[in-house]
Design a protein around this ligand. Structure first.
Ligand SMILES: C[S@@+](CC[C@H](N)C(=O)[O-])C[C@H]1O[C@@H](n2cnc3c(N)ncnc32)[C@H](O)[C@@H]1O
Ligand code: SF4
Length: 458
């Protein structure tokens, strides 16, 4: 394992998209977005996936890599909702024929920073224009430290059926170091309440690689999480990116686990969840077999978008709020991350798009390859040839050589390659990002530069 770590633990993307967000550029603006929406609107009646970013938190967790706005000023967050309403109205005006939602996710920040009444207002803004398919996934990220039973009841009344909550680690010394004190009891009370209300799927986020994490401490956390029996668990590798998130510079760097401990922590989580009957998804997600995600793993029909792994395959994903990323008709668009710019654009009647990316044919092919490997650990070669009318062996001759040559992932037992399929082995799951990196056309140019861009793959 040490040798594999030495070879494969290097900076690399997490592939929530391909091409990754570092390729986005400002040539994609509100006008390009309006054209994409016009194309999307011609698919009359097709359901949409919608993401809403609610960026506020009262205090910052020291490890946080999300796009957040830290403030205790409630009026600042209330003002944001006026503009969010305007953005929803503007979006709806561009999509008169696309008013059904099959997947809605509210992320953050902490959506439950808002009061129950304010959450109801955001929902009303959407339901003024949109309806939901009968089996719609309606989910929200909550922070158990700030979420009240009343907020949960309101969300449930509006039809929310999924919750995702941050835990990271219950060990007191870790919580102290990352400025996030959250007890097991507090978390359990909220999980119990959510179940009583009828939320059908609860996800818990954990992170490995945080300061002062140990095998013993994380093992206790895993035992505690298992008593809650969440339908889904995400076990994220800590993305330590102090060059992008300055507050991470204050973390005591010598207390961060090294690569072997990180791998041991992930392996511990894998053993714990698989041992308890969960199915593994990609390298770091787990789902109970009765959960839809667990069933999609069995069927090999999992999808991935900016919200993570999903069973929904709505082709167009529209996003609302600061920093939100959409994926409409082969074009990625990202809203500005700055509140003042977001407000200014909407005041001018423009979509607040800051940058994005229009995929070409090669991007679509590689995106398919990378998504299949990340989601299902398997790529059907013939299906890919038929889908894109390419001779796979010729198209990817260089990549296949890199994948299977001496000192390659195939030689190291991480992947199996033959004429009909590329299959990630159980050992290869931990390094699936490295396998995908071989198919990433943009990465070589990036890694040639001196400036770090991505967190490490392990
Ligand atoms: C928006 S937060 C979840 C909701 C809520 N704000 C909370 O913290 O409970 C999304 C998740 O991203 C993960 N996350 C945040 N920063 C991270 C980082 N630097 N590396 C890896 N995962 C991170 C955490 O697991 C966190 O629960
Ligand atoms: S509460 Fe969640 S979004 Fe807010 S700082 Fe902490 S991890 Fe980040």
């Amino acid at each position: 394992m040490d040798e594999l770590l030495a070879r494969y633990d290097r900076p690399g993307p997490r592939y929530t998209s391909y091409p990754t967000a570092v390729e986005f550029h400002d040539g994609v603006n509100d006008e390009v977005y309006a054209e994409s929406l016009a194309r999307a609107n011609t698919a009359t009646g097709a359901p949409l996936s919608v993401y809403v970013h609610l960026p506020f938190c009262e205090e910052r967790c020291a490890y946080c890599g999300c796009n957040v706005v830290i403030t205790k000023h409630r009026d600042v967050a209330a003002h944001y909702l006026d503009y969010l309403d305007r953005e929803i109205d503007m979006l709806a005006a561009h999509l008169p024929n696309r008013r059904r939602i099959s997947q809605l996710h509210w992320g953050g920040g902490t959506p439950t920073y808002y009061t129950a009444a304010q959450l109801g207002r955001v929902f009303a803004g959407l339901s003024r224009h949109f309806t939901f398919t009968p089996d719609a996934e309606i989910g929200v990220e909550i922070d158990p430290r700030v979420t009240s039973p009343e907020q949960l009841s309101t969300l449930r009344q509006h039809g929310f059926n999924r919750l995702s909550m941050g835990v990271q680690d219950f060990a007191p010394e870790v919580q102290q170091a990352v400025n996030r004190i959250q007890s097991y009891e507090q978390t359990k009370a909220l999980v119990d309440h959510a179940r009583a209300l009828g939320f059908r799927s609860i996800n818990i986020d954990l992170i490995y690689g945080l300061p002062y994490q140990t095998i013993d401490g994380f093992s206790r956390t895993l035992d505690q999480v298992l008593t809650l029996r969440p339908e889904r668990v995400a076990v994220y590798s800590f993305a330590f990116v102090p060059w992008m998130k300055a507050h991470m510079k204050h973390l005591p760097e010598d207390s961060l686990p090294g690569p072997d401990l990180k791998i041991a922590l992930l392996a511990l989580a894998q053993r714990a969840f698989i041992g308890a009957g969960y199915r593994q998804i990609g390298m770091d997600h787990f789902a109970l077999p009765e959960d839809e995600l667990g069933q999609a793993v069995e069927a090999g029909t999992l999808h991935r978008n900016f919200m993570g792994y999903t069973v929904q395959s709505a082709r167009d994903m529209v996003s609302l709020g600061v920093s939100a990323i959409g994926d409409v008709q082969g074009t990625f668009v990202q809203n500005t991350k700055k509140l003042n710019e977001y407000y200014a654009a909407l005041d001018e009647g423009r979509f607040p798009i800051e940058r994005g990316y229009e995929l070409d044919e090669d991007d679509h092919i590689r995106r398919h390859v990378i998504t299949e490997l990340m989601c299902n650990g398997h790529l059907d070669v013939h299906d890919t040839e038929l889908r894109f009318s390419i001779p796979f062996d010729e198209y990817f001759a260089a990549e296949l050589a890199e994948l299977t040559g001496p000192d390659s992932p195939a030689a190291d037992g991480l992947v199996h390659v033959d004429d009909v399929a590329i299959t990630v082995t159980p050992q290869g799951r931990m390094f699936v990002r490295n396998i995908c990196m071989i198919f990433d056309r943009y990465l070589r140019a990036r890694t040639a530069g001196a400036k770090p861009v991505f967190s490490r793959t392990v």
